[in-house]
Design a protein around this ligand. Sequence first.
Ligand SMILES: C[S@@+](CC[C@H](N)C(=O)[O-])C[C@H]1O[C@@H](n2cnc3c(N)ncnc32)[C@H](O)[C@@H]1O
Length: 236
Amino acid sequence: MEDRLKKDFEDAVAFWDSALGATDEEKQEILDTVEGNEWKDMVPSPKLYDAIEQVAKNGRFLDYGCGQGWGALVAAKLGCTDVTAVDMAASAVDLLKVYAEAFKVGDVIKAEAIDEKWLASQPDESYDVFLCSNVIDVIPLEIAEDILDNAARVLKKGGKAVIGMNFYMSPETAKERGMDVRENRYLFDNGVMRLSLISDEEWTAIIGKRFAVEKLDHFSWPGESKEGRRLFLLSK
Ligand SMILES: C[S@@+](CC[C@H](N)C(=O)[O-])C[C@H]1O[C@@H](n2cnc3c(N)ncnc32)[C@H](O)[C@@H]1O
């Protein structure tokens, strides 16, 4: 990969590492105050919850690029007994460990800070479910395609994958709005790569090379009026 894209990727992960962590005080507050079903409040959309509910009990579950780990928490709380959650942002993984303890699934979720080679080191056909939410569309496409190749490889035959993404914005629209678009493909904010500008059709073709696309749905986050975010439900 070009040095510049590599640097953009490293900067993006550093951004997430600083954005998704918590102070010791905040972690202690989580341990002291969260209770009951509050893990459900962490899920950004009912459609994401439903997607995980449909596959969570199927066996080994991998939340790749887990961030603070709402996906892993849902899978564990819904009865999956073998959940792995990994991310390159160590601070996010630390916070997930706190949530896992607070919600009493610390023994179920194996949370690990990884480097970009980790997925390639996982054995073939070793997971039943692969979740990847808002990861492959915030990094260089070359790395996203490598993740998809390995995701398809580590998934067992008949396994399910759930891939969530941000909304699509065309490069033209982004430029009209005065945004920082580079290579006609990536949106930068304050010098950090934040989004790849890839349409539903392009993603369907990219993903469809590796998985059977069962459904492309759309969802919104709380407060958004339009369901523009993409949700791919896949199988191998
Ligand atoms: C937008 S956050 C999404 C976090 C979480 N999955 C969610 O839905 O809230 C993107 C995450 O992907 C992680 N990430 C980016 N590239 C990655 C890679 N190649 N391998 C693993 N994690 C990666 C970042 O560190 C960050 O935590």
